[in-house]
Unconditional design. Structure first.
Length: 593
């Protein structure tokens, strides 16, 4: 019999999130399901390297040895089921490790595993077929660290249907751990697109843990008790509507504004938010405060999904090294920059003399001199950190980098001192390679207590984003006069930014609906591109979300390759919204700060 209401707690936004979240939700959240999101593209490559050294490795060991080991008896006693993508690149090994822990504790446990995301066995065929990177058109790499398709929610639901107490997956879309629970609990069908879109939105709002309960909120000073911040709970209804809340008595903040920001995190076109189960349209989503730390969310709409899975492969691309020095005194930024330039010139000369490969990319950033802010920087600090980074095909070249960085402490700028743990160590560069594969080419199975079942995933497509009309949908408004009084954008809006490969997205939400037309007229893609000219975006797109007075900007080719491939301090676009919120914009008529 299907349920009418279900409570789902989200205990992890990444591999390394606080170990206090799961006990908080289990003991104070009155939840029925506990979900974890551990995986990112870089995480998959790290796990793949672990598995290459040890066939029994390659999964989130702390999920088993810390979280489940300490909570398993309590989870079983309370009847709380668990869904986690902790399997990484070795979900069966994760299953086996958890089974051993359950046996040691004397807790009977049914474990389901989702299989099929690992496409490494198809790598040669994909290369031979001429598969190219879906954004850059780059050819298929010669060597790969990991190749994983983003699976959807249906196999998770089927494992729960089969009676699993814990479901372990490899790579799946982040929101699928929540949507899978809802599909199982409510018996939703593959054609229930609006409900699936609502469930996906619920998963998206909580997939980053405390980011959905006030973490990273623009108005951070209004968020209480970071030390005991509450982790999010989805209270979902069978019709797809849901409320977001958190355990009583915990810190943090559940408000429409904070959730608006999280909706905008790491999305592109909000009319075409793709997951394997549904193509979502978030442009008309509404948020309503229904009680203290409780917000009702409605308005997501769904269409048929595409007939493909997105696949993220990672591949090695040389080595990198990063070193830090503190420089203090008058004109600290200028001294630090000259130090970095001199060091790189000397290093490149020495590489040539020793017949070692030259650096293929270098970057100087002066932390404290507002390098992230470009033309609006105020570099007047008297203490800064010089960050010098380099990439090369040879590890030996970057060992020279490590040796030759420290001499700046006695031969260059006055006020130079060390920072960190000594000589920096070269590390591999891991680059992302994304492409699409037909769903019919990816068989999906579940393994529940050692018995395999094929999951009949619908493979038909239907949605094509190219059929969508223009992305601009806010009412036209005359641009404010150039002579109008200017105020920082943060006075009129709040925002959140994130990354997708080498792209950055910046979501901006008007603080008042009446301020939106003026902001919409002023914040053109051209002005945003000019504001970030120091990062050199190849283009900027804007998408409107009139349901909650928001805009989303997508900046292409601004992260130096993104992730571990980038030498930039903000390689994940975490600070981009903060930079845009410092733009001076015309104040609305009658505005009082």
């Amino acid at each position: 019999m299907t349920r009418q209401t279900v409570r789902i707690g989200s205990a992890s936004g990444f591999w390394g999130d606080t170990a206090s979240a799961a006990p908080q939700l289990v003991r104070r959240g009155d939840i029925e399901y506990l979900v974890f999101d551990y995986l990112a593209e870089v995480t998959m490559s790290i796990m793949a390297a672990q598995k290459a050294k040890d066939p029994a490795a390659g999964y989130a060991t702390d999920f088993v040895q810390i979280t489940m080991k300490s909570l398993l008896p309590e989870l079983k006693a309370r009847g709380i089921k668990v869904v986690a993508n902790a399997g990484g690149v070795n979900p069966l090994a994760c299953r086996d490790a958890l089974a051993r822990v359950a046996d040691e504790l004397g807790v009977p446990l049914s474990i389901g595993v989702v299989l099929g995301d690992d496409l490494s066995a198809q790598a040669d065929a994909l290369r031979a077929a001429g598969t190219t990177e879906m954004f850059s058109g780059a050819p298929f790499p010669a060597r790969l660290a990991s190749v994983n398709a983003y699976l959807g929610a249906l196999p998770i639901a089927r494992a729960l249907d089969a009676g699993a107490d814990v479901v372990i997956t490899g790579r799946c879309v982040d929101s699928a751990v929540t949507l899978g629970v809802m599909v199982h609990a409510f018996g939703w069908q593959a054609s229930d697109f609006d409900r699936l879109a609502q469930g996906t939105l619920a998963g998206h709002l909580v997939e980053c843990g405390a980011q959905g309960t006030g973490g990273l909120f623009t108005d951070w000073d209004t968020v209480p008790d970071w030390d005991d911040i509450g982790f999010p709970i989805v209270e979902a209804q069978a019709d797809g509507s849901f409320e977001i809340t958190k355990p009583p008595g915990t810190g943090g903040l559940v408000s429409p504004a904070a959730l608006c920001e999280q909706l905008l995190y790491e999305i592109g076109d909000p009319r075409a938010y793709h997951v394997p189960d549904v193509a979502c349209d978030f442009t008309r989503v509404r948020f309503e405060q229904t009680g203290p730390d409780r917000v009702r969310v409605t308005g997501a709409r769904g269409r048929a999904p595409t007939d493909t899975y997105k696949v993220s492969a990672t591949h090695p691309d040389g080595f990198r090294n990063v070193a830090l020095l503190v420089v203090a005194g008058e004109r600290a930024a200028q001294k630090a920059r000259r130090t970095g330039e001199a060091l790189l010139t000397r290093m490149q000369r020495m590489l040539a003399e020793q017949q070692l490969p030259a650096f293929t990319e270098t970057r100087i950033e002066v932390v404290g001199a507002e390098d992230m802010f470009g033309a609006i920087a105020r570099p007047d600090a008297r203490e800064v950190v010089l960050k010098l980074a380099a990439r090369a095909p040879s590890k030996a070249s970057l060992e020279l980098f490590a040796r030759e960085f420290a001499p700046a402490g006695t031969s260059m700028s006055p006020g130079t001192t060390g920072f960190g743990g000594g000589r920096p160590t070269p590390s591999p560069v891991i680059r992302l390679f994304s492409f699409l594969v037909p769903k019919r080419a990816v068989p999906v199975e579940i393994d529940v207590d050692g018995t395999r079942h094929v999951v009949a995933v619908p493979v038909e497509g239907g949605f094509d984003a190219r059929d969508l009309p223009s992305a601009r949908s806010h009412p036209d408004a005359a641009a404010p006069p150039a002579a109008a009084r200017r105020v920082p954008l943060i006075a009129l809006a709040h925002g959140r930014s994130g990354d997708k490969g080498d792209k950055a997205n910046i979501g901006i939400v008007a603080r008042r609906p009446e301020w939106l037309p003026g902001l919409s007229a002023w914040l053109t893609p051209e002005r945003v591109a000019a504001h970030f000219a120091h990062n050199g975006p190849s283009r900027v797109e804007r998408f409107d979300l009139p349901g909650f007075d928001a805009m989303n900007f997508l900046l292409h080719d601004v992260l130096g390759g993104g992730g571990m491939a980038s030498l930039r301090t903000d390689n994940l676009a975490k600070c981009y919204a903060q930079v845009l919120l410092q733009m001076d914009v015309p104040a609305p008529e009658g505005f009082e700060a």
